[in-house]
Write a protein that binds this ligand. Sequence first.
Ligand SMILES: C[S@@+](CC[C@H](N)C(=O)[O-])C[C@H]1O[C@@H](n2cnc3c(N)ncnc32)[C@H](O)[C@@H]1O
Length: 331
Amino acid sequence: MTEKLFFDVCEVAAWGWLRRLMLGGHHDGSRGCFVESHRRQNRAGSATAGRSGPDDLTWLQERATARARAERWFTDPRLRPVSIGYDDRDTATSRLLCLQVGLAQVGRPVRRLLDVSCGGGDLLAEAARIVPEVVGVDPVAVAVAAARQRLTGGPRCRVDELSMEQLADPAGQTLGTFDLAIMHLVFGLVENPLAGLLAVADRLSEGGLFYATDLLRPAAFNADPHVAVAFRPANSDEHAYLVDQVAASFSWDELIALGQAVERCAPVRVEVRAGGLGGFDIASGQARRLVAARAQHMIPLLRRFEDDGAPEGAGPPPYEVMWHLYLRRLT
Ligand SMILES: C[S@@+](CC[C@H](N)C(=O)[O-])C[C@H]1O[C@@H](n2cnc3c(N)ncnc32)[C@H](O)[C@@H]1O
């Protein structure tokens, strides 16, 4: 029954949000070979393959300007309504699905969950219904205030004003360790992503999992058409917001390089994937197992993608649009 429902959902959602956002993929509309080319493009990268030297990370310094441009949409009070408006409307289902993918992938009961850059606390509020203890951090004071207001779970819920990197500081260490840490649509904003990944690795208990997902910056990048096709902004402000977010996001090669660097520095195993459900081809056994593990929660969310679907005739974008990173603490 579960599998039947899953494939029903995939069938109906064929050209909707499910494929548009979660699958991405290369679409040759004239020959209708989306599925084939998606399969060719969907891929996983093990960070341990082909280790490279530390000089490979010099590009991290060059992304400072793009990162700052992307960040101001969350810190500038005149721009914040644009990011909040778009995110509340268009990323709510993706956020909840991210939580469910994390819970399915951790492979053990989750007693403590950390949401890194939790924003207004929507993911935390949902997690608090499932997990005994949830903690959120965000470096932006107004986001922390909103999340605290949203969460009414008493001592089981806590939100601190901290960046990802500050999880390694004494204030971060007082949070303790977690079975599962989640990060949804944030990583492009992080000032020092290598330090951030090492800090979050430090906050995981042995065998614990960090699952992050964010926009994938295409290798040959022209932000304007990419954003218009992939993310359907409602107006020019939202378009500008999304162009800045994609410009600051990471490319496939950059993520692999970061994963390799983290594995050199910490007892972790990093896997980077692109497209699909949690990075798994929607037709694969892994995707089916993911859904089966959390069927009660995941199937309604997959159905919601169908309801949020793209207008009739609008195909998926001609690119993969999301990456997925799994970082598992080994000892
Ligand atoms: C697109 S929102 C996502 C929020 C939340 N994860 C969600 O899915 O609703 C981006 C979040 O990153 C936070 N942020 C802004 N600058 C940041 C930085 N330098 N490092 C980490 N997070 C940052 C913002 O406050 C905001 O909450």
